[in-house]
Every structure is written in structure tokens, then in C-alpha cells.
Design a protein around this ligand. Sequence first.
Ligand SMILES: [Zn+2]
Length: 412
Amino acid sequence: MQLIDATWFMRRDIVSSGYDEALRYISKLIPLKIHKIPSGTKCWTWVVPEKWKIHKGFIDDINGKRILDVKEHPLHIVSYSLPVDKIVTRAELFRHIHTNPRRPHAIPFEFKYYERDWGFCVQHSRLKKFNQKKYRVFIDSEFTKGSLKVGDCTIKGEVDDTIVLVAHLCHPAMVNDDLAGVAVLIDIAKQLRARKNHYTYKILLVPETIGSIAYLSQNEQIIPKLKCGLFFEMLGSNGSHALQLSRQGNTRLDRIARHVMSKRFKKSRVGAFRTIVGNDELVFNGPGVDIPMISISRYPYPEYHTSDDNPSIISEKKLIESREFVLEILGILDRDFVPVRKFKGPIFLSGYDLWIDWRVNDRMNANLDRIMCCLEGDQSAFDISEKLNLEFVVVLDFLDKLYKKKLISKKQ
Ligand SMILES: [Zn+2]
């Protein structure tokens, strides 16, 4: 919540001082390596845009009376607006004004990173004040060579195989989309840093889409190490969780996430790749990269992409709920392995001190026999727990005993 309070109102456009400032703030919370990719760099089929800065922006009526000023709210100006200073007719002005009639009192969020245009975003309810024939529009914006920045916190595990965790940070003066995802991810990073992990974890904070493309295109050597990924956003609002599956749809991560979600929440939603919400998973799970990446959000919510997406619509309780949900998924994924039998015949359970008295735990007594028959190297501990409808930790605990007694080997 402190992070959100401190950074939400910053002008965090994709390549901007506000974005850099937010990343600097985060680097005090978790150690971050900052990758800098200069404006103009060709990244696969994309090009890193220039750094954008807005000095002033307003609309005056013809008598010089100010009707709208970007000083009132950062969202009043279209992100990456071109500079302009001219007298326009009402019709021309209205071609450059964006409103959201469904939320008439909110300012919509609009951006034109690549189209080169100018524009203002206005509360729909204010349009009736624009009742004259001519206006002066003034935007003093600046495009310079800068660097797109990607924050990277890599937490080394026992193996180099890496799980990538992604959130974007480029939505100015809004909270649920996208700072809420960043806040949850930072808390997860802190917890992962505090424990021993099997996998290596790479936490990436990016400007949406172009940041992931810039990072991966300039660091292609990392791609073969990435085993799967999770994308996070919109985790602070009241709605229930939405799990968007990877493009593959049925990887171990997909199944674990589905399992944990249905176990934890009465209400939730699952959807196929790109059917719930579109973000950086199209880069990671897209052509030429194709790392299975799920997305966890609370989409949709009514304040989406407007000035109503402010701290009043999120709560710490919801952020914590999402954090615990994700940590359970990662906990299973990290400890899961495929047990491979080294014995023949049924295990002499009492001889190995593994027998469970059926009078004490009838169900587990029967399950030992069933687990024993699932050790052919084609299913993981999670697969077995799902199949036998047992708690993952119960299966894991028994498999750990078999491993210590050298009755099975482990493969990932
Ligand atoms: Zn968005």
C-alpha cells in the first residue's frame, strides 16, 4: 500500500521520467538490475519509442478562458501526444477529444505511442461546456532520445531452469491496472528471496508489450532457460479472480493454478489464452518464444482505464488474498517432481516403517497402495494428488519418505 500511495499518481508513460522514478522507488524495496534499451533500438519487428515528456497542456476558449488543464489530472492528455498550438473549430477539437460515456464523470486513459497524433481526455459530462465555435489548443510536449527500462530481480534457485513473473508499470495515475499487480509481485519477490527455491525466479517489471519485446529481443540467450511464466495485474479490486490459461492450456502450471484457485475461492473464472485479458503473455507465449504463461487478474472491473481507477477501489485485503493464492501455486510448482520407482513388488511397508494403521487412517492406508502404483516416472506428485484427490502435501510427504529410504529417484 505504501508503494501504491507513493507512485500511483506518477506519469509512468512507457519511456518517461515518471516510469524511471517509480522503478527507482521499487529498487529500494527489492534489488533490481535495470536493463536500459535506447530509443530507436530495433527489437524484432518493433522499435523502442522516444522518451516523452509533457510540460503543459490546455484548452482555452477564444476569449482566453481556460476550460481544461492537464494540471488538473495527468490523464487529461493522451499519452505520447504531439505538441500543438493552434486555433481549431469545435468539430476539429472534438475529433481529438476522448470521453467514456459509460462513466461520464471519469477521465478515460488513452495513448497513441506509435500513431503520432495529439488529443485530450475529458469527462463526458463536461462536454456540454464546450459550446463555442472556436478554441485554442496548446500542448507543449517533448520527444527525446531516452531509454526504455526493465526492472529485473533474479532469485537463484538450485537449478537454472527459470520461472518468469511479469507485471507492467506503465499506466500513469491509475492503480488496479497496473500498480496492484506490481505490488503483489514485489511482495512475492520478497518471500521468494527469503526461502530456498528449486527453480530460479526472474521477476520482470516492464512497460507493457514493448518492454517484454525489448527485453527478450536483446536477451535471446535467456529464452531457453524460461520454463513457464505468470503475469499479474488488477489484483486489488473487489472482483473474483480470473485465471487465463497459457496458450498450451494444459501444462502443469495451468493445472496447478486451476486446482489452487478452485480450492481457495468459491467464485472464480477460468478462460483460454487471450480470452480474458490481453497483456505481455502474448510476447512470452507468442511466436518464436512460446513459454507457457498464465495470467492472474480480477478482470473485468468497471473503473478500468479511467481516472476512477484510483486508490479508493483497492484494498490491502484483496492484494494479500491474491498474494497468498499465487504463493500457493508457486509452492506446489517449486516442490513438485516426478517420482521414479526403484523397487519391485509392493513395498514391504512395515519393514520400512511406512505402514499406516487402517484403524487410525483408513483412507491413507488405502492410498499408500494407490500411490505405490503411480511411480512409473510418467506422473508428478501433483498429478498423483489430483488423480487420487489427495492434498498435495500428503502425497509429497509420503514421497519424501520413499526418497529418503532410497525407494524412488526424482526427476523434474
Ligand atoms: Zn491497461
